[in-house]
Design a protein around this ligand. Sequence first.
Ligand code: PEP
Length: 251
Amino acid sequence: MRSVCIAGNWKMNMSPSEGRAFAKALVEALKDATVRVVVAPPYVTIAPVAEALSGSRITVGAQNMSDNLSGAFTGEVSAPMLKEAGASVVILGHSERRALYGETDEFINRKVRLALAQGLDVILCVGETLAERESGKLEHVLATQTAGGLKDVTSRDMSRVIIAYEPVWAIGTGKTATPEDANAAHAFIRGEIAKLYGKAVAESLIIQYGGSVKPSNVKDLMAMEHIDGALVGGASLTVEQFAPIVRYNIG
Ligand code: PEP
């Protein structure tokens, strides 16, 4: 039985004071949650959120990090800085970073390996655009992004990696992949992991679905065999929406 992880990607929302107040409200609302929960605030909001969440079961992630450890890299934030601020996980390869900032599989892979070496867990995002899906390239894109992002990552480190399948056309659009389509993509990714790392690693890998997850669709998605959690954008910004998503299996 795989464990479940639900993560909230706050994107460029929540100032330090807003994040602190929201984190306190989440602790209250998620007291009885049974799954692993991660929230990923903007860099400057990580420390106050980590402080507000200390002693709770909710952990803090970052949305990105530098591919270097320190030095003359204006505007960048390193893995050790994220850890000191309170992050234990980092989201890498989000489609917005791929599309808006030109991040390649090779660049993302550098960050994946560095994050793992520095003791951060990784949520590696993969997913196809609508044009890629419609032109029959879904499997090619998923295989390339999965193998590219994980190049030279050891089997041992795979226990600290989560893959998030996020079809680009479903992110922030209100369009969700059907549970069956999402499950098929997850099964394909798991098969690719089995080819790279063997069946045991593939079977224990958490694969999250991301793309317009809401309280109204989370149960159907989570009922699918290969869906082990969610990476939630818009609906992670209010307690009213995020709490029922995390508590999908309660009550
Ligand atoms: C995301 O940004 O990772 C995401 C899935 O966003 P949304 O839930 O808003 O579609």
